[in-house]
Design a protein around this ligand. Structure first.
Ligand code: SF4
Length: 92
């Protein structure tokens, strides 16, 4: 093996390492973008027809989307356990 071949190998290794680092940074940025998009998927209370009172037997406290003590996976703002909206989905 000649000295030239070793240098080529080292240069190639550095290129591979740099490419890997760039790829890892790219994936990290994409992941942050996805997380950011997910955080922005909540809709307004008006769009969900949210109300502060139950609808019959249905209320946020019994909805799978409710996040105690006062939030919802899909609707913005403060959500009452006694509230209700169009996206109600009963816990099973
Ligand atoms: S009823 Fe609507 S606002 Fe209440 S927790 Fe379920 S999805 Fe959220």
């Amino acid at each position: 093996m000649t000295k030239g071949n070793n240098e080529d190998g080292e240069r190639m290794s550095r290129r591979v390492m740099l490419a890997g680092t760039t790829l890892a940074l790219g994936i990290g940025a994409a992941g942050a973008a996805v997380r950011s998009a997910a955080a922005q998927t909540k809709i307004s209370q008006a769009a969900a027809k949210y109300q502060n009172t139950p609808k019959g037997q249905q209320s946020c406290a019994t909805c799978v989307n409710f996040q105690p003590p006062n939030a919802c996976k899909f609707v913005e703002g403060t959500i009452s356990p006694n509230g209700w909206c169009l996206m109600f989905a009963a816990k099973t």
